[in-house]
Write a protein that binds this ligand. Structure first.
Ligand code: PHE
Length: 479
């Protein structure tokens, strides 16, 4: 009798050992298939690279200046903490916990449900944004070249005309868009570690060095202090309901939420990555870049008396007309201009790559295509789509959809509709559909350490963030 018991126990033990062994080998096999970032610095550089883009340059400083200066900065930081970081953490948790692409995570975590449609929405948004963001990225490269060659500063025409020539004609912007697409393709083909991570490790420090050089130069211009005051003087009279919506929208777009980027990148995070710390670091670095941009732009425009027209301080006019005008009045114009457009190109390419990677990762995980095949499937259609977007700024500008050019229409639909909807359902999914402890397990690395932030994050993901996202969505109808 005793012997039988011992036999059964032994058998059970052997079965257990075999099961455990199978589990570990299967898990290792699976994990081996999914690339992981090699270092903490690398994963932060890549994620910050995605977040830092043209929004930090041509939107943040002007929005801050118009909406109460320092008062806006405080509101913005608050929005980052109650909306940006919680949504970012939801996406991180989905990505690392689901360990798959932006659609696959939903399929994996809730196989019997249709939540993966939300992933599809985010991925579609990312591809649409990619198609026109690539064009803008191409313009930054074109201006970089025009600065080096000196073409930008030939005095035969104004900077406004020059901009129309450079981005509104047919061939030259397409050629630069194509060059940008090819650069993206090379990085994507090189893969997560040798491509994305290496590039980010190289470009992000370069970006910060350039920013600091520009800050020093700008703050030493005559009248720099007046520019600083113009940017930062707290003015609560300018704070209105719209200010909050602006701050929310800016935090949302700037942190690249709602399009599967953070899910995709977090799936490449090693299992010991501290998600909360990463989200806070990324968000604050993104804010720092936007803030430094304000410290560069306003003293410079004030110093050269170019601050009279508010339109000159935002969007494409700021970047492609006003700032070249500033550079033209400085000694060694070509050098400053080239360095500035290099900075912009760096900010742009790390963002386009993250957008493309969402789709490449999807092809690899969903359809089991090789990296090369996946990258080509994602990149090749862009030669046509981005060219159409580029032409819609010039020769095809007569073709409009609901009163917008093709470029503007895609921007409107993807940025104002698809992203907030996808992020809204992402919060609902993590906050209400998945088991409550899913987020906790990811924030504490499966109980390895405690998380003081967890109750606050869960509360934001469940209640605050969805409500704020609804505000962003409905804001066009609120006036
Ligand atoms: N976050 C980027 C910016 O501030 C924009 C972006 C959007 C980047 C979508 C990648 C994807 O400009």
């Amino acid at each position: 009798m005793n012997c039988d018991k011992i036999n059964i126990l032994c058998c059970n033990f052997v079965v257990l050992v075999i099961k455990r062994y199978r589990f570990i080998t299967n898990r290792n096999k699976y994990m081996a298939g999914k690339a992981k970032f090699g270092s903490k610095i690398g994963l932060i550089a890549a994620t910050v690279g995605s977040a830092v883009g043209l929004g930090n340059v041509w939107r943040f400083p002007s929005v801050a200046q118009e909406n109460g200066g320092a008062a806006f900065l405080i509101i913005y930081i608050a929005c980052v903490f109650i909306l940006g970081i919680p949504v970012m953490l939801s996406e991180f948790a989905l990505g690392r916990g689901g360990n798959s692409d932006a659609v696959g995570v939903y399929k994996r975590l809730t196989p019997a449900k249709k939540w993966y449609f939300n992933g599809i929405l985010g991925v579609l948004a990312s591809y649409i944004i990619l198609s026109f963001y690539m064009v803008v990225a191409g313009w930054t490269l074109e201006y970089f070249w025009q600065s080096i060659s000196g073409g930008l500063f030939d005095t035969s025409t104004t900077f406004v005309n020059k901009m129309h020539q450079l981005i509104g004609t047919s061939w030259s912007p397409i050629i630069w868009t194509v060059i940008m697409i090819l650069l993206n393709m090379i990085v994507l083909l090189l893969g997560v570690n040798k491509g994305i991570e290496k590039l980010s490790n190289l470009l992000m420090p370069l970006l910060f060095v350039l920013l600091i050089i520009f800050c020093v130069v700008s703050l030493n211009l005559p009248n720099a202090i007046e520019g600083l005051e113009f940017f930062l003087k707290p003015d609560f009279a300018n704070v209105s309901g719209a200010t909050f919506i602006n701050a929310l929208g800016q935090a949302f777009f700037s942190l690249s939420l709602g399009m599967g980027i953070l899910i995709t990148y977090a799936a490449y995070y090693p299992h010991d990555t501290k998600l909360t710390r990463t989200a806070v670091t990324v968000s604050l670095l993104d804010f720092l870049v936007a803030f430094l941009m304000g410290l560069i732009i306003f003293p410079a425009v004030k110093s050269f008396g170019l601050d009279t027209d508010p339109e000159a301080l935002k969007g494409t006019t700021l970047v492609f007309v006003t700032l070249p005008e500033v550079f033209s009045q400085m000694p060694v114009s070509q050098l400053w201009s080239a360095l500035f457009f290099l900075l912009l190109s760096v900010a742009a390419i790390t963002s386009t790559i993250s957008l493309a990677e969402v789709n490449v990762s999807l092809m690899q995980d969903r359809f089991k295509f090789s990296r090369v095949k996946s990258s080509l499937i994602v990149i090749l259609p862009l030669f046509v789509l981005s060219s159409i977007c580029s032409l819609s700024q010039g020769p095809l500008s007569d073709i409009t959809i609901m009163g917008n050019t093709i470029f503007d229409f895609l921007d409107l639909v993807a940025t104002n509709l698809m992203l907030p909807i996808s992020a809204f359902f992402c919060c609902i999914y993590v906050g209400w559909v998945l088991p409550k402890n899913f987020l906790e397990r990811e924030l504490t690395n499966h109980g390895e350490f405690g998380s003081v932030a967890y109750p606050f994050v869960l509360f934001c993901v469940r209640y605050i963030a969805p409500i704020l996202i609804l505000f962003i969505l409905l804001s066009p109808f609120l006036d």
